[in-house]
Design a protein around this ligand. Structure first.
Ligand SMILES: [Zn+2]
Length: 260
């Protein structure tokens, strides 16, 4: 078995209870071998499942999701201020709607039927079941907390770079498979890690993956600063330290496609 991020074959069994979880010894990304998306993404995924994990429904989270979207779009606009933007794992289309408002031509990629209907009924944006079906060059590809749900990372990346024009931007939001929670509270991490995550990458693993596909990282941002999860006070000082040490439980990377 190889690590899907850095391609190292030094992969060890990390956790054997229930679902087996493996960890790459080189980049510390973690990998779950058997991930069965069809079991998870049924009609209730964005209602009941999301609510179980985040304590409110996806729709109730709309204002927060839109404010995140605006922050992310401001970053993307520094590199690619307009053009065609494709959001993979578009969910209910809130990010697409904000992207449209700031001037991008938008389309979504989504496999969840309820979400496809929601986007089409409420916003009328085009939604495809696969990135492969998107025609023409794309200026921006985004995937917010989506890549970790996919088994065939290599296949997805090949498709992304085949669609993205040179100079185009890829933006990703990801759980940190080697953040503070995963490193210092392993037992709770194993218990809380969403079953539908096929992998949870480390920053090092993502750097290796993007480099392999000639994507130059232009910005990285650390999020998921929860010192209380590892037994520290929930204070700004500890959050800042966690951020500085790049030990947040989530992160975002922005990369630009190079010639090659
Ligand atoms: Zn690795």
């Amino acid at each position: 078995m190889r690590c899907p991020y850095c391609l190292s074959s030094h992969v060890r069994l990390w956790h054997a209870d229930g679902d087996r979880l493996y960890q790459c010894r080189r980049c510390h990304s973690n990998i779950k071998l058997f991930c069965s998306p069809v079991d998870v993404y049924d009609e209730t995924y964005f209602q009941e499942h999301y609510e179980q994990v985040y304590g409110k429904s996806y729709e109730e989270d709309e204002p927060m999701i839109r404010s995140y979207a605006l922050r992310r779009l401001k970053e993307i606009q520094k590199y690619v201020p307009g053009g065609v933007l494709v959001d993979i794992g578009a969910a209910y289309g809130f990010f697409l709607d904000e992207a449209r408002r700031v001037g991008y031509e938008v389309m979504g990629v989504e496999i969840h039927e309820g979400s496809i209907r929601y986007i089409q009924d409420r916003f009328g944006y085009p939604v495809y079941r696969s990135l492969e079906l998107v025609e023409g060059d794309v200026d921006v590809v985004t995937a917010w907390f989506t890549l970790e749900h996919m088994m065939d990372i290599e296949g997805v990346m090949q498709m992304v770079v085949s669609k993205l024009r040179v100079g185009g931007c890829l933006a990703l939001g990801l759980p940190n498979g080697y953040g503070a929670f995963a490193r210092f509270r392993k037992r709770e991490y194993f218990r809380c890690r969403p079953v539908e995550h096929c992998t949870e990458p480390s920053l090092k693993g993502i750097r290796a993956l993007l480099k392999r596909y000639h994507l130059r990282i232009v910005h990285t941002e650390i999020f998921g600063l929860h010192p209380e999860r590892i037994g520290l006070p929930s204070r700004r000082f500890w959050q800042n330290l966690q951020k500085k040490l790049r030990l947040g439980d989530t992160f975002e990377v922005y990369a630009v496609k190079q010639e090659g």
